[in-house]
Design a protein around this ligand. Sequence first.
Ligand code: UD1
Ligand code: CA
Length: 467
Amino acid sequence: MSLMEAPLSVVILAGGLGTRMRSKKAKVLHRAGGLTLLEHVVRASLPVAASAEDVVAVVGHQQEQVRASLGGSGIGFVEQPEQKGTGHALLMARDALAGKPGLVMALYGDCPLLRTATLARLAETQRESPAAATLITTLLERPTGYGRIVRGSGSRVAAIVEEKAATAEQKKIGEINSGIYCFRADLLWRHIVELTPNPASGELYLTDLVEILNGHGHRVEAMVVENSTELLGINTRVELADADRVLRTRKARELMLAGVTIEKPETVLVDADVQVGMDTVIEPSAQILGRTVIGENCRIGTGSIIRDSLLEDGVKVEAYTLIGTSTLEREAQVGPFARLRLENHVEAGAHIGNFVELKKTRLGAGAKSMHLAYLGDSSVGAGVNVGAGTITCNYDGRAKHQTRIGRNAFIGSNSTLVAPVEIGEGSYIAAGSVITDEVPEDTLALGRARQSMKPGWPSQRRAKEAQ
Ligand code: UD1
Ligand code: CA
């Protein structure tokens, strides 16, 4: 087989803790743009490999969580039991991949801005080149912290010098190592065993492989990328915020170009997997998270936070509304200041107003709960009106109980519905009632003390006080 059609394996190094993050959590598990750093890298590299099995992540720190975070991706994993450097990490993948011919792309799990097109271009460049390896470099005005590229003759790379080992002269080099390499598999696996521990840190540096390959008379070439943004490696939380900003901007742009209006896009947070339909308007400071899907012609009010929910066409979410794991059918309206906590289903055209909380509740088509209510573990029929201050008492201190309200019932203000309880179709609950027993259909239920009156009592009292 010629190298032109050589298969390609991808190895993503993700074993380190990331000391500079100052965190107990492994660096690659930190999130930007709604996904972990590693998820971004895996997504960018999957299309350049023939199949998911050709992508391998080297895991170490918190490897259970790291593996779990990529559970559905189908990629393979190898363990790096001790974190002895980037060269050591790649060495861990040798047994799994040494038998495979073709090319090996190696990259780091802390580069979430990488684009598939750039990786594909690297693979293409290496395929067409006689070199043993090609690596992506870029020119930075402030290269501090990155490995510097020491050029040889022509387009060759002679060595990579890490910041700590660089001389004052070398520190002035603006061309840096992005940490993305494409090797000929046979030469990589033959020579990687020649890496020796760095005298200062005791680690095996993948970057030393450049000199080793040169020493054997092989060429290493650089592919210079002009837009350095996508090569950003995340080492600190400041860089994490930088990456998040770039990813949010990309997502907002993608949505705007697809017909979504975003007011002040620099203030909204939309996660990577969110889908939004045409002519929907997203007001400033809204957050749309997780796997949320929003239809066409919706409005998402300022300050609202929507997570893992489905909003059909024409849904209006007024300002400062929180929605989690819920479905809102077409033309439903919620907020301002409403909370649809979890697993709610709001049918078409239903209205939910301010200071209303729903949990595991189904609200029927056209039903209304406009002010100050708590509806938990309940089903509310179509056309029901829930008065202000209505509370479902769904918890007795031990277990949760259901409230069922039939179609077109009218629940007077400040009603207390002690679950389990059922209210029949078309029935009326008088304002201020405490309802503990089933109300059959077409019935008025009053569950409160009758009003009594004492005419003249106030003036008698005032006269007494004047004595
Ligand atoms: C590395 C490069 C540097 C380059 C920069 C680009 C080396 C020695 N240096 O430096 O030339 O400019 O990336 O961003 O390679 N990892 C492991 N196991 C380990 C150590 C690290 O899996 O034992 C993983 C980490 O999880 C991380 C990646 O390798 O995802 C890079 O490690 P990091 O410590 O961030 O390398 P840099 O110092 O940034
Ligand atoms: Ca790094």
